[in-house]
Design a protein around this ligand. Structure first.
Ligand SMILES: [Cu+2]
Length: 284
């Protein structure tokens, strides 16, 4: 920076107190206060959406696994954090569209005062605030990603899982337009409904007989592609008794929308007797 730099240069460090002063002046402007008022009202209106989203997610009975619980918390937090950002954008928009016209004496302050964009306090404040917000979301996302990957067994085979409880293997096969579940450790019994014991890790080997499908266990928060000629892996530990949805999440042909079945989460005793009942229906 050269010595001739004018002292009233907005970025000049010697002008910092002046920046603060101008920030205060900016906040005292009538239209700024009105936009802030609209912003606060909109934030209060938008925030309940975070609860509404979760409410609708839980209408079908979930969450039924720790994975879905983590996902719902993340959706909730992200919606909550987004609310003020959406509100400030909408507040400026609303005031720009309707604010100036409704107040006859008020004109857009083109020449009124120095622009806020060259104000050091405003620039630093805005940059730091948004960076912290973005950093929070990135860190939250990475932690959740690691947790969910661990809970759904990532890509580690079930035999190498560090779980205290040995996972139950289930081979999942998608074909137009049904799901078939085979239990290799239970004499290869087969079923078109997934039956799993509660609080027991289930490990899925997923494949397809024809086109690409996607194995989606809705209330467990688990979804993975079913590819012909390849095996993909995922898993969950159900923590809620009940019947939940399994759907195909990859457009796979005419009856894709009807390619759905259930997962029944039962007690260990109920699972054992179900396995015994299915024993006679053994297929290769
Ligand atoms: Cu499908």
């Amino acid at each position: 920076m050269s010595i001739e730099t004018p002292v009233d240069q907005p970025e000049s460090p010697t002008n910092r107190p002046d920046s603060t002063h101008r920030m205060k002046e900016w906040f005292s402007r009538d239209y700024v206060r009105k936009i802030i008022a609209i912003f606060i009202v909109l934030t209060i209106i938008i925030i309940p959406i975070a609860w509404l989203v979760i409410h609708f997610l839980e209408l079908s009975g979930g969450p039924a696994s720790s994975i879905m619980e983590e996902l719902e918390t993340t959706i909730f937090v992200f919606t909550l954090v987004s609310a003020p950002l959406m509100a400030i954008t909408a507040a400026v928009l609303v005031y720009s569209l309707f604010g100036w016209g409704s107040i006859k004496s008020e004109e857009p302050p083109m020449q009124e005062n120095p622009a806020i964009r060259t104000n050091a306090v405003a620039v630093i404040g805005w940059t730091v605030a948004t960076s912290l917000l973005a950093a929070f979301l990135v860190i939250w996302g990475l932690v959740e990603l690691a947790t969910i990957t661990a809970d759904s067994y990532g890509s580690t085979p079930s035999s190498q899982q560090p779980n205290a409880t040995k996972p139950i293997d289930v081979n999942v096969t998608g074909q137009q337009w049904v799901w078939t579940f085979e239990y290799p450790d239970q004499q290869k019994i087969q079923s078109n409904v997934l039956v799993v014991p509660i609080n027991t890790p289930i490990y899925f080997n997923v494949t397809s007989k024809d086109v690409i499908h996607s194995f989606w266990v809705v209330e467990m928060g688990v979804k993975i592609d079913a590819n012909p000629g390849a095996v993909t892996n995922t898993g969950f530990t159900a923590n809620k008794l009940g019947t939940f949805n399994i759907r195909c999440a990859e457009l796979c042909g005419l009856h894709h929308a009807y390619m759905e079945t259930n997962v029944q989460v039962v007690t260990q005793d109920q699972f054992d007797s179900w396995v015994r009942e299915q024993g006679g229906k053994r297929t290769v």
